[in-house]
Design a protein around this ligand. Sequence first.
Ligand SMILES: [Zn+2]
Length: 65
Amino acid sequence: MTEKLETECPECGAKLRFGLDDVAKQRTVRCSRGHSVKLKDQDGGAGKASKAMADFEKALKRFGK
Ligand SMILES: [Zn+2]
């Protein structure tokens, strides 16, 4: 599962969609008008959240059986 997040391009204000993983890995995403925006994971929060989400999913799967 990938959490979808949204932000605005700082250049043109176009909507940018990205996943939690993209922030955790500090990827560069491109807005619909072609500006590249570097995602920053401040304090590593997204990385932690991403890991917590994976653990949660694992726990859910175990519970489902
Ligand atoms: Zn843009």
